[in-house]
Design a protein around this ligand. Structure first.
Ligand code: LLP
Length: 386
């Protein structure tokens, strides 16, 4: 089964480009909201890093999600899309002074802090403005995740967060400061996680930590468990919407939330991943010694995930129904890693055919680069191409 696309409209456009199916995005948001509504104290933020396209962000804002930002640029993108600043959280291991000031000027909801030096700077900059900044501490829970090594973040060896042993000390320091208010704890164990057991492990760790805090008579108002829910890259048509029911139920069942606490989520890929495709044109079909290559006009500069993480994206020839043949599907960039897939079965390919690289709505367009002096691909939504 292939995806459905407005092929005639596509033929009028210059390739490569990103295409966002707004119906899939809206259905995904509706599914999130339906599941979250079952739990009174759950709040979902969208991790802007996955896709900051203005039209996509605006639809997500209409869906009522807050924004999890990791740079001043992302804060600006969220605000431009209309996300209220009291629904913006600002995370990241290295925040510049101007970015912290931007957050302070907008009175964002919370800074997720990853070290004492950062806490000191936030305190100082907030003092200069006569403000008090809400801070949450990102704790490295030392929980592994069954995912690619480059996208696991919650192990002790990763650069992220404050170690469990240092947590008490950091809290002590924060409590002495006048211009920061300690309101929460934050975690994130990794990305593209499909094994709910990994999230259960996080819940268990959070529960342990809560006990330790409770022993100090501390009950934080906000617990943020980050994002990480994966999508079905193999079956974007059959399973366009992730299993939000299982995801939220896992937290409801395993994380002991106290009555005064709110549980925050920061989902990126699960929100936007399946609504996007990279649409590309076949430049040449080249016969190799033992194989044939479909050479596309899109490359790793447009979608870097296969080159960087050996990630799988389903590839479809959307303009042919001819019998299947196997191709190595490659881009035009001068790098051997510029390969989208090897021995991929596609309906027989001719020069000029349109190829869809599916499930590219998260970490696709936003990670595009100008290497080889290439243009960043344009993006269109299904709303625009009717
Ligand atoms: N919160 C924090 C603190 C994060 O670091 C991330 C992602 C998220 C939330 C959102 O995670 P998601 O729900 O999207 O899994 N470029 C990689 C993924 C990097 C993820 C980085 N952090 C990829 O293309 O797979």
């Amino acid at each position: 089964m292939k995806g459905t696309f407005p092929i005639n409209k596509f033929r009028e456009l210059e390739t490569p480009f990103y295409y966002y199916d707004t119906q899939v995005l809206r259905d995904t948001l509706a599914a999130v909201n339906r599941e979250v509504a079952k739990y009174e104290k759950f709040v979902v933020h969208y991790a802007v890093k996955a896709n900051a396209n203005h039209k996509v962000l605006s639809i997500i804002r209409e869906g009522g999600l807050g924004a999890d930002c990791v740079s001043g640029g992302e804060i600006r993108a969220a605000i431009k899309a209309g996300v209220p600043s009291n629904k913006i959280v600002f995370a990241g291991v290295g925040k510049s002074d101007w970015e912290i000031n931007l957050g302070l000027d907008h009175n964002i909801f919370c800074f997720n802090v990853e070290s004492i030096p950062e806490l000191e700077v936030i305190n100082e900059l907030a003092a200069a403005k006569g403000k008090i900044a809400n801070v949450a501490f990102r704790i490295n829970p030392n929980v592994g995740a069954h995912t690619h090594k480059n996208i696991t973040t919650g192990l002790a060896e990763n650069k992220f967060g404050i170690s469990l042993e240092d947590m008490d000390n950091v809290i002590d320091v924060a409590l002495t400061m006048q211009n920061v208010k300690f309101v929460g704890i934050h975690f994130h164990i990794g990305s593209q996680i499909l094994d709910m057991g990994d999230f259960v492990a996080l819940c268990n760790r959070v529960n342990e930590l809560q006990e330790k805090l409770y022993a100090r008579q501390i009950i934080v108002e906000h617990i943020n468990v980050g994002g990480g829910l994966g999508i079905d890259y193999a079956h974007p048509n059959r399973q366009p919407i992730p299993d939000f029911a299982a995801y939220f139920a896992t937290y409801a069942q395993h994380l002991k939330l106290r009555p005064q606490q709110t549980l925050h989520f920061e989902l990126g890929r699960a929100i936007t991943g399946q609504c996007g495709s990279l649409i590309s044109k076949v430049l040449y079909v080249k016969q190799g010694t033992n194989k044939q290559f479909a050479i596309l006009d899109a490359g790793m500069t447009d979608l870097i995930r296969p080159a960087l993480y050996q990630a799988y994206h389903k590839i479809e020839n959307i303009t042919s129904e001819e019998p299947m043949e196997a191709y190595d599907v490659v881009g035009p960039i001068c790098e051997s890693s510029d390969v989208f897939g090897k021995a991929i079965d596609l309906n027989k390919v001719y020069r000029g055919d349109l190829i869809a690289l599916r499930s590219a709505g998260a970490y696709g367009e936003i990670m595009a680069s100008g290497y080889n002096c290439r243009e960043i691909p344009k993006a269109y939504t299904s709303d625009e191409l009717v």
